[in-house]
Each structure stands twice: as C-alpha cells, then as structure tokens.
Design a protein around this ligand. Structure first.
Ligand SMILES: Cc1cc2nc3c(=O)[nH]c(=O)nc-3n(C[C@H](O)[C@H](O)[C@H](O)COP(=O)(O)OP(=O)(O)OC[C@H]3O[C@@H](n4cnc5c(N)ncnc54)[C@H](O)[C@@H]3O)c2cc1C
Length: 273
C-alpha cells in the first residue's frame, strides 16, 4: 500500500493554490488533512501526479463569530471543532458530531473542508452541516461563490466544488440554546457510522441522516410530522422515508432503515428532554 509517485507542492495562499490547480489541471489534487485522500492513493483508487498542500494557509484556518454566524476555515480540524469554546456555544451539534469521528489521530489531522469535499456517505460532518443548514464558500478562477449545503452534495463522493476550486469557509447560523443530539451506531468503538442521525430542536426541528443514501439526506418526513404535531414515537417512524440505504458487509438496507428509525427516536427523545 504505497502510493504512486507524485509531486508535492505547498501553496502559500489561496490564489497560489488556484494558480497551481490551473497549471496542473486534472492531474492535481488539493491536500488538507490527507486522511481521506492518502488512503485512496495507497489503494490506487486515486492517482494524482501533484498534491497541492493547503493545510496551513492562514485564509483556511480560524474559527470566528461574525454577528449571528459561526465561520469556520475549511482547514479547521475535527479536534478543534470538538474543543473550541465558540463552536461549543454557537454550534454544539457540530462539536458533538466531531467528537465521534475516528480516533484522536484522525481528529487531529482530518479537516471539515476535506470531509465535506470527500463526501463519504458514512461521514459524520456532512449530515451535521445539512441539519445546521450551513453555507459553503468556494473560490475559483472566476472569483468567490456561496453554495447552500442543500445543493452541495450531488452524488457518491461528488460535490458542487469543481476541480479548479478551493473550499475556503463554512458558515453556520448561531444555534445557541437549541437542543441537539448526534446519534451514531457503529460496529466497534471509533468506527465509521453504520447509520447516524444529526438533530437540532426548536421551532423548526431539523434532522439529517448519515449513511442512508449515496449522499447525506434530510429526514424531511420526520420534520413534517413534528411540525404537524406528531409525537416523537410517531415522527421517528418516518425516518427512513425517501432514503435509499445500501447493503454491505456491515449491514443490509433493511437493518439500516431500522437503525434510522431507532436512532431518530433516540435523538428526538434527547432533544425533547
Ligand atoms: C482511520 C480513519 C477513520 C476515520 N473515521 C471517520 C469517522 O468515523 N467519521 C468521519 O466522518 N470521518 C472519518 N474519517 C475521515 C476523516 O474525517 C477525514 O479526515 C476527512 O474525511 C477528510 O479530511 P482531510 O482534511 O483529511 O481531507 P484530505 O484527505 O486532505 O482531502 C479529501 C478530499 O477533499 C479535497 N479537499 C480537501 N480540502 C479541500 C478544500 N479546502 N477545497 C477543495 N477540496 C479540498 C482533497 O483534494 C480530496 O479530494 C476517518 C479517516 C480515517 C483514516
């Protein structure tokens, strides 16, 4: 499991990273925490000839409150999400989800930007950001654009970020005081989710599911049932509606549907408590 040869390039700014992407075309990949890309390269599922390291760029690092928004640099590591006091105050759901990712080593290297651009359906942060209705900023040759998270995840491992763009920031509306729950069912401690549920309560509860389709999905039928006055037992029964879970060695689709309903019930019970 040794990757094919590649050229290592360290960008000195986002503009420099964009220039390097333009110079190297489809052969280049951005490298941030490396905890998704390098395993793929070792398995030869990805074979970029150039890696452009963006991990330490000041423009991609930093956690700040901007009015009623929490703004996270794309290179913010999972461990920072877990421990940062501003995140704990303004987006406790994100802190809870980040704390469940892999082991301390993974959390110390993996980044929020890398996680959502990689867009693994079993990853925890994509569904969490869907529940939080985040807005993602990317920069490319034509400037800067904002993408609502609901339009970000297109298909398995595919997002709205183009190969010549850099994801720079993620903005989340302050959810201080709203009850939240992150439920994750794993086969072993520190594993990826077989199924996960990110839920935030309040006037308009929002629930999103991990690993119940090729992309993270909102449990819209649950949200609708709750706003129609259903109790949590009834609402949770709708959790797998509109989903298309896969069957694999760890769980078949029927079991994933069962888990989605059970974990959603647990999440709703926690936010109602
Ligand atoms: C052993 C192990 C266990 C894990 N367990 C979990 C888990 O339980 N839950 C979970 O959610 N995840 C888990 N992960 C994945 C981990 O969270 C990854 O770190 C994360 O998914 C990718 O972040 P990264 O910074 O390492 O990205 P990289 O590997 O550096 O990059 C991933 C992809 O995103 C692109 N990219 C990165 N940053 C940007 C950017 N700013 N703009 C545009 N493109 C960019 C890269 O080009 C690449 O295509 C695990 C990983 C490992 C190795």
């Amino acid at each position: 499991v040794i990757p094919a040869d590649f050229e290592y390039l360290r960008a000195t700014s986002v503009d420099h990273a964009l220039q390097l992407l333009a110079d190297h075309g489809d052969e280049a990949k951005l490298l941030c925490g490396g905890h998704s890309l390098l395993p793929l390269m070792k398995l030869r599922l990805a074979r970029p000839s150039a890696l452009i390291d963006i991990r330490t760029l000041p423009e991609l690092n930093g956690i700040r409150a901007d009015g009623d928004m929490l703004v996270l640099g794309a290179a913010t590591r999972h461990r920072q999400l877990e421990l940062d006091p501003i995140v704990a105050r303004m987006a406790p759901l994100l802190a809870k989800a980040a704390a469940t990712i892999g082991d301390p080593q993974v959390r110390s290297r993996g980044t929020i930007g890398g996680s959502i651009v990689h867009a693994d359906p079993a990853a925890d942060l994509p569904a969490t950001l869907l529940a939080l209705e985040a807005v993602v900023t990317v920069r490319g040759p034509d400037g800067r654009r904002e993408i609502p998270i609901a339009e970000f995840f297109l298909d398995f491992w595919q997002t709205a970020v183009q190969p010549n763009e850099v994801l720079t920031e993620i903005a989340i509306t302050n959810s201080q005081g709203r009850p939240t729950s992150f439920q994750k069912f794993t086969q072993r401690a520190q594993d990826w989710a077989i199924v996960g549920v990110a839920a935030i309560g309040g006037d308009l509860p929002r629930i999103a599911l991990v690993n119940m389709a090729l992309t993270p999905v909102r449990a819209l039928a649950v949200e609708k049932a709750l706003s129609g006055g259903a109790d949590i037992v009834e609402a949770a029964r709708h959790a797998d509606e509109g989903t298309s879970p896969s069957s694999d060695l760890r769980a078949d689709a029927a079991y994933r549907r069962h888990l989605a309903r059970t974990l959603t019930h647990r999440a709703l019970a926690e936010i109602a408590a």
